[in-house]
Design a protein around this ligand. Structure first.
Ligand SMILES: C[S@@+](CC[C@H](N)C(=O)[O-])C[C@H]1O[C@@H](n2cnc3c(N)ncnc32)[C@H](O)[C@@H]1O
Ligand code: SF4
Length: 391
C-alpha cells in the first residue's frame, strides 16, 4: 500500500506565515510541458521502486494546486491510472485557496477524478486574514466552503489558531462558528512562526502582537471541536464523528506507509528488499524544472534507528498510536523502550492499549510485543520531548 503526492509550487501571493516550498507564479505555465516533467519523475519511481502495490491515495498539495489547469489533472490522473495499480476507492485530494477555485473548475476537477477538497480558510475574521497575509476575506472563504461542499462529499478546511494577539475566548467563539460549516474534516493548526517569515518581522517590529503562549489553546480547541461533533484523531486533525472521513492520505504518513512524492522539494519514502530509502527532490523550483527532464534520485538508506525515530514522530501524533509490533525489536531493546514507557505512564503522558509484555526467548533474544503506544492529550503537548526521550 502506497500513496502519491504531487507538489504544485506556485501561489498567487506569499502568505506572511508560510514556510512551504512555494513561490509567487510569475510565468505562463505550459501545462503540457509540466505534465511531461511530472510524468518523467513518476516513471523513474516505476522503474526503480514500484512493486505493483496498491495506490490508496493521490494528493495534489502545494503551493496552490487549485491554480492548476484541469487538463494537467486529467492527463496526470490518466497516466497514474494506466501505469500504477490504483485502488478502486482511492482518495484523490486537491488543496485549494478560496480565491483560486470557482464552481466550474471544481466540477471539472471532480469529473477528472478528484473526490476530496481541502480549502485553506485559515480564519473567518477579516482582520486576522489580513494579519496572516491572505488574499481572501471571510465572505470569500465561507462562500467557497458552501460552493465546494455542494460539489464534493468530502470537504476539509484548514484553520490557523493562536494568531498574533488572539485571545482564547475569541478563538473559541470563532471556532464554534467555523464548525457549523458544511464540512466533514478540519485541520486546526497552531500558528508556527519561523525565523524567516514576514510575520516574525511584523511581530519583532511591534506592528502586530505576538501569539499567546498558553497551552490551553490546544485543550480548549479539542473540547470545542468535540462538543460540536468533531473528533480529534491527530494533533491537528479532526473528523466529523458521524462521517469518519479521515484524511486517508495523512493517515498513511502517520502509519509510516511508503509514498512517492513528485515536485520541487517533495519527499518520498520508498523500499527495496525491506530497506527503506528517503528521497528529497531538488528544492529550488527552477532547478527542479531542469532536473525533472532527466531525473536521478539521490536515495538515502535509512538505518533501523532512523526508521524507529520516524515511526515514533509520525505514529505518536494520532489517537491510534503506534503498533509496537511494527518497531524493530533490536532498536526497542537498544533504547530501552519498555522501561521508558513505564516512566511516561507515571507522568500520564502515554497509555498502552493492550498490555506490553517483555519475554526474552533464550534462543533469539526476541521480545514478544503486543499493543499500541498512545499519547494522552498531556503527552501530545510534549510530543517532541517524548520522542527525544524515547530515542
Ligand atoms: C499548502 S497550504 C494549503 C493550501 C493553500 N496553499 C492555502 O494556503 O490556501 C497547507 C496549510 O498549512 C497551514 N500552514 C502553513 N504554514 C503554517 C504555519 N506557519 N503555521 C501553522 N499552519 C501553517 C495552513 O493552514 C495551510 O492551509
Ligand atoms: S497560499 Fe498556501 S502555500 Fe501559498 S503561501 Fe499561502 S499558505 Fe503558503
Amino acid at each position: 500500500m502506497s500513496t502519491i503526492y504531487i507538489h504544485w509550487p506556485y501561489c498567487l501571493s506569499k502568505c506572511y506565515y508560510c514556510d512551504f516550498n512555494s513561490v509567487v507564479c510569475n510565468r505562463n505555465i505550459d501545462y503540457l510541458e509540466y505534465f511531461e516533467l511530472y510524468k518523467n519523475v513518476l516513471n523513474k519511481f516505476l522503474e526503480q521502486f514500484y512493486n505493483n502495490e496498491e495506490i490508496t491515495s493521490i494528493y495534489f498539495g502545494g503551493g496552490t494546486p487549485s491554480l492548476i489547469a484541469p487538463i494537467f489533472i486529467d492527463k496526470l490522473l490518466n497516466y497514474i491510472y494506466n501505469v500504477f495499480k490504483v485502488c478502486s476507492n482511492v482518495e484523490i485530494t486537491i488543496e485549494a485557496n478560496p480565491k483560486t477555485i470557482a464552481v466550474n473548475k471544481a466540477k471539472q476537477f471532480k469529473n477528472y477524478g478528484i473526490n476530496r477538497i481541502s480549502i485553506g480558510v485559515q480564519s473567518i475574521i477579516d482582520n486576522d486574514l489580513k494579519i496572516l497575509g491572505r488574499i481572501h476575506n471571510s465572505y470569500d472563504a465561507i462562500n467557497c466552503v458552501y460552493d465546494m461542499s455542494s460539489i464534493f462529499n468530502n470537504t476539509s478546511i484548514d484553520i490557523i489558531y493562536n494568531r498574533p494577539g488572539q485571545r482564547l475566548e475569541d478563538w473559541i467563539k470563532e471556532l464554534n462558528e467555523i464548525l457549523l460549516l458544511p464540512i466533514q474534516h478540519i485541520s486546526l493548526y497552531e500558528l508556527i512562526i519561523e525565523d524567516n517569515n514576514y510575520i516574525k518581522y511584523l511581530i519583532d517590529k511591534g506592528f502586530i502582537d505576538a501569539p499567546n503562549s498558553s497551552s490551553s489553546f490546544f485543550e480548549e480547541t479539542i473540547k470545542t471541536a468535540e462538543s460540536n461533533g468533531f473528533e480529534m484523531y491527530e494533533i491537528s486533525n479532526y473528523v466529523k464523528s458521524d462521517t469518519l472521513l479521515y484524511s486517508r492520505h495523512n493517515l498513511s504518513y502517520w502509519n509510516y506507509d511508503r509514498y512517492y512524492g513528485v515536485g520541487a522539494g517533495a519527499h518520498s519514502r520508498v523500499s527495496i528488499n525491506n530497506n527503506i530509502y528517503s528521497i528529497e527532490q531538488v528544492n529550488n523550483i527552477n532547478d527542479w524544472l531542469l532536473w525533472a527532464q532527466n531525473p536521478k534520485f539521490n536515495c538515502v538508506l535509512l538505518s533501523n534507528d532512523d526508521v524507529y525515530k520516524e515511526q515514533l514522530i509520525m505514529g505518536l501524533r494520532t489517537k491510534f498510536g503506534i503498533d509496537i509490533n511494527n518497531l524493530n525489536k533490536n532498536v526497542i531493546k537498544k533504547y530501552k523502550l519498555f522501561d521508558k514507557i513505564e516512566v511516561l505512564k507515571q507522568h500520564s503522558y502515554v497509555i498502552t492499549s493492550q498490555k506490553t509484555s517483555r519475554r526474552h526467548s533464550k534462543s533469539s533474544q526476541d521480545i514478544d510485543i503486543n499493543g499500541y503506544l498512545i499519547l494522552t492529550y498531556e503527552g501530545m503537548l510534549k510530543l517532541n520531548m517524548i520522542v527525544e526521550y524515547l530515542t
